[in-house]
Design a protein around this ligand. Structure first.
Ligand SMILES: [Zn+2]
Length: 345
């Protein structure tokens, strides 16, 4: 029997909407709240109507939160060592598929989105919730969220699997793994995007893998950036295009205390949509753009250091339009195509 306390492990929870979340790190284990196997299966099964699965065998913590209508989320924790950690995280893809099957609307299947998040320097615990819930309130999107690591050197274990993206319609990268320099690893991430998998790139994703001696990640993003100016208030200016991603975005948007990522190179296929002036470099840098590379579309923004930016409705509207555009589900007026609005409208 393991004593109560925090240890390395995987914490999973599934929400009433059927979205699976996972977090790798120090998680809470406590035998005093251990649920007998039969009961675990029952509780997991009841709630697992949404997830189409039961709570993991060996889970040592199980708790739930309630909403007005009943159970809102169920948590459980799984102890892990490095190898087991990898296997657990890799299994998320399959788990997510069953989650998504339940969540499908009768008329239009929701967009199955994978969010990979974690790494250095940002509060991804908060941002993953702001992004997933904010986007799903605006568009017909269900999520599988994989969060790993809190350093620049971390190699997210999901990417060890060559089929890491199988079953997803789009991947939102909100990751900050700048010092990962394993070329084969990075090119395993980019391969499905080049083959046509839509991508959404948020903030530090543009600086991820910057030490790797391959440009494939930067080509998927569309702009090379390896450094940023000091955090300060930023005035974002639309380039004034009629691109549907920018319909509804103000001509000028005051974005407090963000980091301006320096553009080093704009790759063919990238279309800058908005810019901001750099006090240190004394020139403008693209901060919002779209890109095509290979058969894939990318929406990217370097904005979003602070949770206050990520949770701002202007930002969430923008990223939602960007995600829909990357998936080919945004109409010419900047609205979701039929069936891809909130709750499938
Ligand atoms: Zn940042």
């Amino acid at each position: 029997m393991q004593p109560c306390g925090k240890r390395k492990g995987v914490e999973r929870w599934v929400t009433e909407r059927g979205s699976l979340h996972s977090r790798l790190g120090e998680v809470n284990f406590c035998n005093r709240v251990r649920i007998p196997v039969a009961q675990t299966a029952r509780v997991g099964g009841e709630f697992g109507r949404a997830a189409g699965t039961s709570v993991d065998r060996g889970a040592t913590t199980l708790r739930s939160t309630s909403s007005k209508d009943g159970v809102a989320a169920v948590w459980w924790s799984i102890p892990c060592c490095p190898i087991r950690t990898m296997m657990k995280i890799l299994s998320l893809a399959l788990f997510g598929l069953s989650t998504l099957a339940f969540s499908a609307a009768p008329a239009t299947k929701p967009i199955r989105a994978l969010m990979v998040t974690g790494g250095c320097c940002h509060t991804y615990d908060t941002q993953k919730v702001l992004l997933s819930e904010g986007i799903s309130a605006r568009a017909n999107v269900v999520w599988t969220i994989v969060q790993e690591g809190d350093t620049r050197e971390h190699k997210a274990s999901i990417y060890e699997n060559p089929d890491w993206a199988k079953g997803y319609d789009v991947v939102l990268h909100n990751e900050c793994y700048g010092f990962v320099d394993d070329v084969a690893f990075v090119e395993r991430i980019t391969a499905p995007h080049k083959a046509g998998l839509p991508a959404v790139m948020i903030h530090c994703s543009s600086h991820s893998y910057r030490n790797a001696q391959t440009d494939e990640w930067r080509k998927v993003i569309g702009i090379t950036s390896r450094s940023h100016e000091k955090r300060r208030d930023m005035l974002v200016k639309s380039n004034g295009t009629n691109h549907p991603v920018m319909i509804g975005f103000p001509a000028e948007w005051a974005n407090p205390q963000d980091e301006l990522y320096k553009n080093e190179k704009i790759w063919p296929g990238a279309i800058p949509l908005a810019r901001a002036y750099g006090v240190e470099t004394q020139k403008e840098h693209a901060v919002i753009w779209v890109n095509t590379y290979g058969k894939g579309r990318t929406f990217a923004t370097t904005l979003g250091h602070q949770d206050s930016t990520v949770g701002n409705p202007v930002f969430l509207d923008l990223v939602t339009r960007g995600l829909l555009w990357a998936c080919g589900k945004l109409d010419d007026n900047g609205k979701p195509k039929p069936g891809y609005g909130p709750r499938g409208k």
